[in-house]
Design a protein around this ligand. Structure first.
Ligand code: MCN
Length: 763
């Protein structure tokens, strides 16, 4: 986002010196006196009855302190995973969730499910001993494909979930859509699949639990995205009161949605630490993580878009199949609900209807993953729009222009109840077309062709909801001490987002003091504060805004204290640059003076609704017809993220999101063998990760409209890149090969897949 305001006031990320010099403290950097080490034995099959588990040899192995199984989990009552599927079902249906003991009991339902926990003096001993556990399984047929799971003859995962259907739901007005389709001049149809991906944050999942019998409390170190939700989920899983679960976390190496959930491993470690009277630490391997960190996406949409003779959208219908994996994860709902919120995209579509079939399968449970449903709905709509433009031989930019929600229609309530604040789509589009030199594309295509390459251009115009969390409120406490240092406490949790810089600068700006005098502390152990976790790109709207409110409160209360001291009225006191003064007095009261007797505390809270960041991305690719390899040769992004706190951090967030989307487009995918249910991509040997060179320098610009949702005027940015980049990159590749007669390609657009499509088209 290189506009002029970009260069002067950003400053470096204050956390980076620590994070890039190895001075960060991640979960496995914590150790507790007398700590033991855990290793989880995991199911090596997708679906089976557990006939027997014999732990005798493992328990007798030198150095082993304890072996725990599903029996222990059932005895502890840790059997009902919390889930959020409160999404209203069709005809009053409620979500059906299979029980999930924290260690598998009687049945395993996916490869990787934890069956036993071995605790020993070292991690290596625990791992060796786990090999001695003898489990007799009776194999059951498995199903890993969500459409297959809904078939009448599909293997059944759970008596509690008849037909493997966890929930059936709908949104919008089916009748209105049918009427509109009956009168339409043209109907575009497409099956759009948002593939299953593994989140793969840099820091592997890990957990250290120390039980304290004196207070019956558990001290827990684990990578997380915020304490409030995680603590209440773990409490509901274990029935241990939330105040007895004390989290202590310093740095977190990436999250992407996956860290917001309570995992069964954490609860199993609680059982072990309590039983053995010693702390127990577990660090996952990369393969553990790929198998058991909640996966993302895996949504299939059968989409239909009806248009009139002028290319105006009349109606859209989406029939979704949304896989949840073997169990309902705590984060199961978010991505389903988000597809309804932004179901119109940026377009005026008078009639909308979506149906949802939400099955369980013999696969890793699914949770929120960067964008959580918003990339999926954007991909579905944008694919339909691009395909409609191609079928009608219209410029896809022009088709969009005809159908945008006009500026004067904001605030806009979508047919499914999304309340869009403001988005200047015609303006965003115009700016992006110029930036990308849209009109010069045919000349560039001809040039590529002369060099033997197929050039394609893609465009996406997207909007998404950010903000509005589940916590009742976001609280921030600011403490002012006798050195004049201001410390802001909150329960959002950065995982690489630069909150120490951005939230620090929000406080510093409000107080007109240097950033060096502000400290940001997130999720202090035992904190009483509540608030939303860092997810849904809501931290700046929520915790960030409340940082501002708390600083304003400090100024107001500081004026009252100064007035007392100077024998004046608060209205006679002015504040600037860390100093209180009055025209009635020649004394100056500094921030440090206020707190010289004792540290002062200022509390603020706020609850904010959704903001709607939006943007237009345009990318160009060159496809090599001989190898099927796509190279991204240009990437332009014009985004409206409201007021920007720190331009280089916002730009970094956008880049990260774009490349994460590109990873899904070009290679990332969790693949299961349909016969055996075995995952085929459970290590980096087989699971593709995007590299830095995948996307060339992104040319970005801002097109800001100020949000009125929060006092800062900001909109979220943490996920926007992902939402926009998936449709734009897929669209660009399809555009490149369309002259060969190829109309559709499914992700991932690996060289092999594209080459096969090109070869088939040539026959
Ligand atoms: N920001 C800004 N101006 C704005 C909006 C944001 O300067 N108008 C800054 C913020 O102050 C913050 C960063 O940009 O430092 C992201 O802010 P925001 O959009 O509020 O999002 P969150 O902080 O709530 O982050 C969550 C979001 C999500 S949901 C995922 S998933 C994701 C993402 O952030 N996971 C990430 N970005 C990630 N970045 C890193 N490094 N690691 C992850 O796991």
């Amino acid at each position: 986002m290189s506009n002029e305001s970009h260069h002067h006031h950003d400053g470096r990320r204050v956390e980076d010196q620590r994070l890039i010099t190895g001075a960060g403290k991640y979960t496995s950097d914590w150790s507790a006196p007398r700590q033991l080490y855990g290793h989880f034995l995991r199911a090596d099959r997708a679906h089976a009855e557990i006939v027997s588990v014999d732990t005798a040899k493992a328990a007798a192995f030198p150095g082993v302190k304890g072996v725990f199984t599903g029996e222990d989990a059932v005895r502890a009552g840790y059997v009902r995973a919390p889930h959020t599927m409160g999404f209203p079902g069709k005809n009053g249906m409620k979500a059906r969730a299979p029980a999930r003991p924290v260690l598998a009991h009687q049945r395993v339902r996916f490869v990787g499910e934890a069956v036993a926990l071995v605790v020993a003096e070292s991690a290596a001993v625990a791992q060796d001993a786990a090999e001695l556990i003898e489990i007799e399984y009776r194999d059951l047929p498995s199903v890993t494909d969500p459409e297959g799971a809904l078939a009448a003859d599909a293997p059944q995962l759970s008596d509690e979930v008849p037909g493997n259907l966890a929930l059936e739901s709908e949104a919008g007005d089916e009748q209105a859509v049918e009427t509109a389709f009956a009168g339409a001049a043209h109907i575009t149809r497409a099956k759009v699949i948002s593939t299953r991906v593994a989140p793969n944050p840099m820091e592997p999942r890990a957990c250290l639990v120390a039980y304290d019998p004196a207070t019956e409390s558990y001290r827990i170190h684990s990578p997380m995205q915020g304490v409030t939700t995680l603590r209440s989920q773990l409490s509901s899983y274990t029935k241990v009161p939330a105040e007895k679960l004390i989290f202590e976390v310093r740095d977190v190496g990436g999250g992407f949605g996956q860290r917001s959930s309570a995992y069964p491993e954490y609860a199993a470690l609680m059982i072990a630490s309590k039983a053995l009277g010693q702390p127990v630490k577990w660090v996952s391997t990369r393969t553990d993580g790929i198998l058991t960190d909640t996966h993302g996406r895996n949504m299939i949409a059968y989409g239909q878009l009806a248009l009139d003779n002028d290319g105006k959208f009349l109606a859209m219908r989406l029939d979704w199949i949304v896989d949840l994996g073997a169990y309902l994860s705590p984060g199961a709902q978010g991505h389903v609900r988000n597809t309804t919120n932004c179901m119109t995209g940026v377009y005026q579509i008078p009639a909308l209807y979506a149906s949802y079939k939400i099955p369980i399968t013999n696969t890793t449970p699914i949770g929120a993953y960067r964008g959580a449903g918003r990339p999926d709905i954007a991909y579905a709509i944008e694919s339909l729009v691009n395909q409609a433009a191609a079928e009608l031989n219209l410029d896809p930019a022009e088709l969009r222009r005809r159908n945008f929600i006009p500026l004067e229609a904001f605030p806009y309530t979508s047919p499914t109840g999304g309340k869009y604040e403001i988005a200047d789509m015609p303006g965003v589009l115009k700016q992006a077309l110029l930036l990308a030199d849209w009109d010069g594309f045919e000349a560039r295509r001809a040039k590529s062709k002369a060099a033997g390459k197929l050039r394609g251009i893609g465009i996406s115009t997207v909007i998404e909801n950010t903000g509005a969390g589940n916590a009742p409120t976001d609280e921030v406490e600011i403490q002012l001490d006798g050195t004049g240092t201001v410390t802001a406490f909150m329960v959002a949790k950065a995982q690489g987002h630069g909150h120490e810089t951005t939230f620090g600068s929000i406080v510093a700006k409000a107080l007109q003091i240097p950033l060096e005098r502000v400290k940001i502390v997130q999720c202090e152990p035992g904190t009483k504060l509540i608030g939303n976790g860092t997810g849904g790109s809501r931290s700046t709207i929520g915790a960030g805004s409340v940082c501002h409110l708390a600083a304003v409160k400090l100024i107001e209360e500081g004026k009252a204290l100064t007035a007392l001291e100077l024998n004046l009225e608060p209205s006679q006191i002015e504040y600037a640059n860390g100093e209180f003064r009055s025209s009635e007095s020649d004394r100056v009261v500094k921030l440090a003076d206020l707190a010289k007797e004792q540290t002062l505390s200022f509390m603020a809270e706020g609850k904010f609704g959704s903001t709607y960041p939006n943007g237009c991305h345009i990318a160009e690719v060159e496809v090599d017809p001989d190898t099927g390899r796509s190279e991204v040769v240009s990437y332009c992004a014009v985004d409206d993220i409201g007021v920007v706190i720190n331009h280089s951090i916002a730009e970094g967030q956008l880049h990260g999101g774009v490349v994460q989307g590109a990873g899904q487009v070009f290679g990332e995918q969790m693949v299961y063998d349909s016969e055996t249910g075995q995952p085929l991509t459970a290590s980096f040997m087989d699971y593709y990760m995007p590299r830095a060179g995948l996307i060339p320098g992104i040319r970005g610009e801002e097109h800001a409209t100020t949000s009125t949702v929060s006092p800062l005027g900001v909109k979220g940015v943490g996920e926007s890149g992902c939402t926009a980049s998936i449709p734009v990159l897929v669209g660009a590749v399809i555009n490149a090969v369309r002259p060969l007669g190829i109309r559709h390609l499914d992700m991932p657009l690996t060289p092999a897949r594209v080459w096969q499509a090109i070869s088939a088209a040539a026959r």
